[in-house]
Design a protein around this ligand. Structure first.
Ligand code: XUL
Ligand code: CO
Length: 436
């Protein structure tokens, strides 16, 4: 039986680019083939639980703006929340969803009670996931909201907090595995510092390395086949977070020997906060072999804050998917909307419209990216730019078959004088603009 929350909003259908129906897909056509793969299988959309069903609409200057019938701290309301959430996944035709433990059940008085409640809700989810229901893209534990985590979870000066966080992640990994989750995410919102005056960075990094190593060990122990993902973010809530950006996370993984075990979940807004573009983070993760999944929500470019808005800029999204496609597309990862409405967007329909728009922008970006791939619009010129490296002598330098002295001898002997060539940036920008 329907909760009635979405009233008479019907399942969203693909109606093509000319439709003026505000609640229809104009570009997202799940069965349409893009580079030989169904669009749905390329994009692997996921709807997040926390911003949609938990966030009350507060900001630093004001409290709750949303009135939702499931707000409250009982298991009965948690089930109502799940009913509405799965109704929304169905209306959108979303193939996946994502959640934190904290989003889906009220925290118990004790650790044991919290775990029991999570298990109970997971059973409730399992029923809704049967018979073609949505799948779980990833689960994660909220190790940042409760005040016990105010000085960090794995990086807390108090080992009891470390232990509590470890126990919480264990329970959350169990549930993620049970629900067939395709990834498990760790976002270290409090793994960082407010001031170096009270922080031993070396010690905290070692704690974090140990924690992540235990997570990986446990994954293998229980036979969880999903991917472990770390989600980089430079700051907010803390002044500095250890998982600053992709480059920092990679250095961290290398240091603790986890670079073949853990990948990254890259969020557009976090890339912007780190002073990068989304495509920078994607391209680097691709180059390092750690691109896992994306959170496609964007930031406002003026506010300098993690505003978690739905994507609405096709050219930007096209470049992002271009880099995803360059890596061969998603495997266990997908496109998660870790996005929230604006606090004035009060109506149930706003939740639907936001996702419909976001999904359509992504579909349009994907199609543009695929055409660029097919036409070798960027890869052709790129190949040409590096063509000199095909030369045998160039290859010998790269393979470690030449020393600095040998190269110096050759440069002197052959009278090598490199001639600069154009980087052709404007021409390439014009090419991209033909596709988007
Ligand atoms: C916070 C954020 C998180 C992670 C999961 O900025 O992005 O929602 O995606 O904890
Ligand atoms: Co995120």
């Amino acid at each position: 039986m329907s909760t009635g929350f979405f009233d008479d909003i019907a399942k969203i259908a693909y109606e093509g680019p000319d439709s003026d129906n505000p609640l229809a897909f104009r570009h997202y056509n799940p069965d349409e083939k893009v580079l030989g793969r169904r669009m749905e299988d390329h994009l692997r959309f996921a709807v997040c639980y926390w911003h949609n069903f938990v966030w009350p609409g507060n900001d630093p200057f004001g409290g709750q703006t949303f009135e939702r019938p499931w707000f409250g701290e009982t298991m009965e309301l948690a089930r109502l929340k799940a009913d509405v959430a799965f109704e929304m996944f169905d209306i959108l035709g979303a193939p996946f969803y994502t959640f934190h433990d904290h989003d889906v059940r009220p925290e118990g008085e004790t650790y044991k009670e919290s775990v029991a409640r999570l298990d109970e809700i997971a059973d409730y989810f399992a029923g809704k996931m049967e018979n073609g229901g949505p799948k779980l893209l990833w689960g994660t534990a909220n190790l940042f909201s409760n005040r016990r985590y105010m000085a960090g979870a794995a990086t807390n000066p108090n080992p009891e907090v470390f232990a509590y966080a470890a126990a919480t992640v264990k329970a959350c990994m169990d549930v993620t595995k049970r629900l067939g989750g395709q990834n498990y995410v760790l976002w270290g919102g409090r793994e960082g510092y407010e001031t170096l005056l009270n922080t031993d960075m070396g010690r905290e990094l070692d704690q974090l390395g140990r924690f992540l190593t235990m997570v990986v060990d446990y994954k293998h122990k229980i036979g969880f086949e999903g991917t472990i993902l770390v989600e980089p973010k430079p700051q907010e809530p803390t002044k500095h977070q250890y998982d600053f950006d992709v480059a920092t996370v990679y250095g961290f993984l290398k240091r603790y020997g986890l670079e073949n075990e853990v990948k990254v979940n890259i969020e557009q807004g976090h890339a912007i906060l780190a002073g990068h573009s989304f495509e920078h983070e994607l391209a680097l993760a691709g180059a390092l072999g750690i691109l896992g999944s994306i959170d496609v929500n964007r930031n406002d470019y003026q506010s300098g804050w993690d505003t978690d808005q739905f994507p609405n800029n096709t050219p930007e999204v096209a470049l992002a998917y271009y880099h995803v496609l360059q890596q061969g597309g998603f495997t266990t990862g997908g496109t998660n909307f870790d996005a929230k409405l604006r606090r004035q967007s009060l109506d149930p329909e706003d939740l639907i419209a936001a996702h419909v728009g976001g999904m359509d922008v992504c579909a349009r970006g994907l199609k543009a990216a695929a055409r660029m791939v097919e036409d070798k619009a960027l890869s052709g010129p790129l190949e040409e730019r590096y063509a000199g490296w095909r030369d045998a002598e160039a290859q010998a330098m790269l393979k470690g078959e030449r020393t600095l002295e040998q190269i110096a001898d050759r440069v002197a002997k052959e009278g090598i004088e490199p001639q600069p060539v154009s980087g052709r940036q404007e021409r390439l920008e014009n090419i991209v603009n033909r596709y988007v």
